[in-house]
Ligand binder design. Structure first.
Ligand code: 1HN
Length: 346
């Protein structure tokens, strides 16, 4: 591969003349922006063990009242992107949020899309677009772009959840902003009760819902049952995985990031192909070894741990238990890559 010269190869006065007119020669930088065959990735395979993070999150609960923080979150930042940039990957933001009994995180809405994966605790809820969504471990709750959302807690113990947002992308596009609002009126009805089974959709006088986000809460009991049912139905199936979808259209639940749940059978080793998007793994139940090609160690993803892998890398998941399944929540940038036409499986 020939290099195309360096900026220093050019006469300094010529470069100065270019700069004065806001001009830059392409050829010294061409290989950097178009590397051969595999993209340059700042994203590093990174592991955030819950057992180490939790005491620091609880400490934040003592140090900073919710009224001051609005959202009490420790950001899971990828060192490859610079911690202050708050990115897990090019398009994904991750944070662990703490809400204490009696606390209230006031209503707002914003352009980035969010989801919450509930990690532990009972009694908290989030109200999204007027729908009150109870939070239980493993539930996935959407707060898509532009919808009002606020969090409350009527229980007795701390509640923690994982926030996944497409904030880095929306911020990069100079399209990220928020609006504060009033406490929402809770409306009757909930998507997770209306769309209770795949295969039948709510219909009123032959009219189907045309809401872009008909379902905001995906209860873990149902997702878990779907995975177990799938594994029982197809005992030879290698990859027991479901995608969180809009139940009316079958499209990805949100526009930019994709969300999935995966079951590793007892003792199973699952090799995932190298794909263009970065991917996040979070253990809902059980423990798994996660090996990312090119990273020099294997992470053991204990229950409630989170890790990420850069795009274009092979990932191997191994269930640490010989007699229990392990359940993994995944988030990735597939919908974005597909919409942009750059999605690849190698
Ligand atoms: C946000 O609105 C929440 O509503 C959590 O709980 C994390 C991170 C960045 C920007 C907005 C929430 C967030 C956020």
């Amino acid at each position: 591969m020939n290099d195309l010269g360096k900026l220093e190869d050019l006469p300094a006065d010529y470069v100065a003349d270019l700069r004065a007119l806001n001009l830059v020669p392409l050829w010294p930088s061409l290989r950097a922006v178009l590397p051969p065959k595999v993209p340059t990735r700042a994203t590093r395979a990174t592991h955030w063990p819950y057992a180490s993070l939790k005491p620091l999150l609880l400490k934040a609960g003592e140090l900073t009242p919710i009224e001051k923080a609005e959202r009490r979150v420790l950001v899971l930042a990828n060192p490859g992107h610079g911690l202050e940039n708050m990115k897990a990957s090019p398009a994904m933001y991750l944070g662990m949020q703490l809400l204490l009994p009696g606390e209230w995180a006031p209503s707002h809405r914003h352009t980035p899309n969010a989801v919450r994966m509930i990690v532990e605790g009972e009694g908290a809820y989030t109200t999204v677009d007027g729908e009150k969504c109870p939070m239980s471990r493993g539930d996935l709750i959407l707060t898509p772009t532009g919808l009002w959302h606020e969090h409350g807690h009527d229980g007795t113990d701390p509640v923690v959840w994982l926030d996944v947002l497409d904030l880095p992308l929306v911020y990069y596009m100079e399209a990220s902003y928020h609006i504060n609002g009033e406490r929402q009126q809770v409306k009757q009805g909930s998507g997770d009760r209306a769309w209770t089974r795949a295969g039948v959709a709510p219909t009123t006088v032959f009219t189907r819902s045309d809401k872009r986000y008909p379902m905001l809460r995906y209860p873990w009991v149902d997702t878990r049952a779907a995975l177990l049912g799938m594994a029982a139905d197809q005992p030879d199936l290698e990859c027991v995985q479901v995608t969180y979808v809009n139940p009316e259209t079958g499209d990805d639940a949100e526009n930019i990031l994709g969300f999935y749940a995966l079951m590793l059978k007892p003792g199973q080793t699952l090799k995932l192909p190298a794909r263009s998007p970065s991917c996040v793994f979070h253990a809902i139940e059980g423990r798994a070894d996660v090996t990312v090609e090119g990273a020099d160690q294997t992470f053991t993803l204990a229950e409630a741990d989170t890790c990420c892998a850069p795009g274009y890398s092979l990932v191997t998941l191994k269930n640490r238990s010989a007699d229990q399944p392990a359940f993994i929540f995944m988030a990735d940038e597939s919908p974005l890559h597909r919409k942009l036409g750059v999605y690849e499986v190698r």
